[in-house]
Design a protein around this ligand. Structure first.
Ligand SMILES: [Zn+2]
Length: 119
């Protein structure tokens, strides 16, 4: 159930309040806007300064996994494993999936470490 809430941008404690203000992934100017606290249960989404720096590692992992899947799909369709076309396809996917990676990495980080830090 927590996994469902994770992908739905919901609070890790109550599963009802939104973490990001605008749920649309392609709302370019509101992509990074987060609620400071859960509108439903008052759970703190910013437990300490610089809390989301660690989300970079999650983002790196997600991007690596996506790159691997894309290169496997390319080799499935007959491209050489190391090819400039594959590189362009991977870069395109990274750009397209950036909003998803950004949000998902922050949400995953909050789900893992959000309640470990007490105010
Ligand atoms: Zn909540």
């Amino acid at each position: 159930m927590a996994l469902k809430h994770l992908f739905q941008n919901k609070c890790p404690q109550c599963g009802k309040g939104n973490i990001f203000i605008n749920r649309n992934l392609f709302s370019f100017f509101q992509l990074t806007k987060m609620n400071i606290k859960c509108p439903n249960c008052n759970y703190n989404f910013f437990p300490e300064n610089g809390f989301y720096w660690g989300a970079m590692f999650v983002s790196y992992g997600l991007a690596s996994l996506e790159g691997l899947l894309v290169i496997l799909a390319c080799s499935w369709y007959g491209n050489e494993l190391f090819d400039y076309v594959n590189l362009l396809i991977i870069i395109s996917f990274m750009i397209i999936l950036f909003p998803l990676n950004f949000r998902l990495s922050r949400i995953i980080w909050l789900y893992i470490f959000g309640n470990k830090i007490k105010e």
